[in-house]
Design a protein around this ligand. Sequence first.
Ligand code: GDP
Ligand code: IMO
Ligand code: MG
Length: 422
Amino acid sequence: MAVRIVVGAQFGDEGKGKIVDFFGSQADIVARFNGGNNAGHTVVVGKNTYKFHLMPSGAVQGKKCLIGAGVAIDPRVLVEEIESLKKTGIHAKLVIDKRAHIIMPYHIELDEAKEKAKGKAKIGTTKRGIGPCYSDRVSRIGITFADLIDSKRLKKRLLDVFPLKKKELEQVYGFKSTLSQEKIFNEYSALGKKLKKHAGDVSLEVDNAINEKKEVLLEGAQGTFLDTDFGTYPFVTSSHPIAGAALIGIGLGLKKINECIGVVKAYSTRVGSGPMPTELKGRLGEIIREKGAEFGTTTGRPRRVGWIDLTMLRTAQRLNNFTDLAITKLDVLSGLKELKACNSIKIGGKTLKEWPADLQELHKAKPQYKKFKPFVLPEKIEKFDDLPEEAIDYLQFVSGEMGVPIKIVSFGPKRSSTLLLY
Ligand code: GDP
Ligand code: IMO
Ligand code: MG
């Protein structure tokens, strides 16, 4: 094994953090390739719960952690994460790509202002400045990590960009900004100084590691249907969480990827606005939300909950080409009185097995369900055959319809609640 990618197959929060930590034991390096601190990846080890926003989830395993060029970094959050990890005895071996872009305070204000201006049509962003930061990147007015750690360059960049951003905030959005260029410079040049020792070239680090036959784990944030192009646009994030983006976000050529793990939650959840055909709005949705503790890791917002959706997952398979699945949170379905999976959707007169290219049509989609026999998981699960037959039927249906074998079944947040099938 050389390169393994871990990607969320749904709307994020599938349990990627747990799966990355699980494979982290075998990896030499773990690298994040997209998103920013909109991500919240949970790793539970014994009595400790770690919530990672920017640090790769391999940190707990003491692995070399890399933040690739495709990541949007809020340096305030990253410094805090490094400090709080130190307090738990973890001294991260961290390398940050100099090309990664920096989330600035005006990005956070713009995120807030833009959402407010959208009114009812708001995206429900995490308000972490993600969209405005990536917008500036493609508009070529972003501030990179290389700029942040060089105070002369930072001053120059701010001189060019800040007045534009202030104008946008105040004159386009009528936002009362309290930001000043000088204060930002003072705070951010100090943050740059703190982080400077981590500066490097992640593209080169990963390439070298692959050439040296080391084990590389590439960690995706968000999920397939939050992808800017292939998600439920405009209700998406502003980066690419799909597998192909791992190469771009790190700066890797078309090298052989040995494994691409699709992390699939045993049901669906979504935070923020946008279509979700299988959403359960009644009591059953509340029961699953409580049982699965479905409240955002980053924002604490209640997650919307629904049945698993094979139309979405077949599409995810096409977009990512998973070699293996990690199915998480099976325990949350244990003991429910009913169990269903959406097998197709009807839009107008048409029955579809995958999601349409015009994802706006999903607002009209009527899910067609296949019923399964409910199951109760036993206390002790050590091997696949310990699972009840009904649970196996359900898992095999998901795997069969996606055409991807199940490598991992997760039935609790802890490392010990994990079955590795091969
Ligand atoms: P990520 O963003 O994909 O890393 O997922 P999050 O960490 O945001 O959300 C997943 C949540 O489910 C976290 O609180 C995990 O500790 C928890 N979790 C992961 N796997 C399982 C599982 O198999 N069962 C249960 N009950 N919880 C799990
Ligand atoms: P992890 O990595 C779930 C959602 C937000 C919102 C949309 C756009 O923990 O799976 P943004 O702040 O990115 O501009 O918000 O994307 N979103 C996530 N939902 N898990 C995440 O990350 C998410 N990151 C962003 O709720 O709907
Ligand atoms: Mg999360």
